[in-house]
Write a protein that binds this ligand. Structure first.
Ligand SMILES: Nc1ncnc2c1ncn2[C@@H]1O[C@H](COP(=O)(O)OP(=O)(O)OP(=O)(O)O)[C@@H](O)[C@H]1O
Length: 264
């Protein structure tokens, strides 16, 4: 069981060593390594089916790597208890499955479960944290709404609020911008960027290259044919690499100091 906060805080939040991933018969990516420190944001980019979700799930400890190792806070997932891992890293899935009616507040309070005491009751502190998380995603006033009545974007923001309430050190986000309009795309990415700047770590799958250019420190670009380019944002975000990976020509512009890629 991983319980040593001291060693977890001294190590990189996340490390992958000589990682390679396979789905069925197909190799999604050749061997590569990564390290994510506190304060950093890593974006996973690539075309549909390239293996971004598979990679995110592997980094989250939800599936074993085909080759190589993953270490969370300095230790392999096998040394973490489920509860300690849930306190240290939180995952935003690509889809939010809702099978039962529940209030928005109850749904966000699920994020507090790894922190509850022995009897599993949520206290006033948990409720305060959940309400603050709802405020962070612009959903104050939605607390008593049935989750099944929400729009797609509202539901996505509830999922983000539940993850904020979980308050992990490392956030792993699979397409966090799903269903969000332009304003909330920027708001949600700014929120996670701020959390990274305050010392957390963020790994996220994005489809928008320009938002990746704006918010990432590091990029892993999967080309869909097993190729991987991993490195600093400015090293990886080159028009030729991106055009090759996405199978469509892109041009790079600099506008008011901001890098922008435009498809031909
Ligand atoms: N059990 C399996 N057997 C065969 N292929 C699989 C299996 N599981 C996943 N795949 C394939 O692995 C590939 C990677 O899937 P993944 O969901 O990681 O891609 P992605 O980059 O996140 O794609 P998207 O952008 O479409 O969400 C896909 O082509 C998928 O069909």
């Amino acid at each position: 069981m991983k319980t040593s906060g001291a060693s977890a805080s001294a190590s990189p939040l996340l490390e992958a060593d000589r990682l390679a991933l396979q789905a069925g018969e197909r190799w999604l990516c050749c061997e590569f390594s990564l390290k994510l420190a506190m304060g950093e944001c890593l974006v996973l980019l690539g075309p549909n089916g390239a293996g971004k979700t598979t990679l995110l799930h592997t980094l989250a400890g939800l599936r074993a790597p085909s080759v190589g190792t993953v270490r969370l806070g300095g230790a392999p997932y096998s040394e973490w208890s489920t509860l300690d891992a849930a306190r240290f890293r939180g995952v935003l899935p690509q889809q939010q499955p809702d099978h039962f009616a529940a209030s928005v507040l109850e749904s966000v309070l699920i994020g507090r479960h790894p922190h509850l005491g022995r009897w599993g009751w949520e206290g006033t502190d948990d409720e305060r944290i959940a309400r603050a998380a709802l405020a962070d995603v612009g959903l104050t006033g939605f607390e008593q709404r049935d989750i099944l009545t929400l729009s797609g974007g509202e539901r996505q923001r509830v999922a983000v609020a539940a993850l904020l309430a979980q308050a992990p050190t490392l956030f792993l986000l699979d397409e966090p911008l799903n269903h969000l309009d332009l304003r909330y795309q920027i708001a949600v990415l700014s929120l996670f960027r701020q959390l990274a700047d305050q010392g957390r770590g963020v790994v996220m799958v994005l489809h928008d290259i320009n938002l990746a250019a704006r918010f990432a420190d590091h990029i892993i670009l999967l080309d869909g044919q097993g190729g991987v380019i991993a490195g600093d944002r400015d090293t990886v975000l080159q028009a030729d690499c991106l055009s090759h990976a996405f199978g469509h020509p892109l041009r790079r512009f600099e506008l008011d100091g901001r890098i922008t890629f435009v498809p031909d």
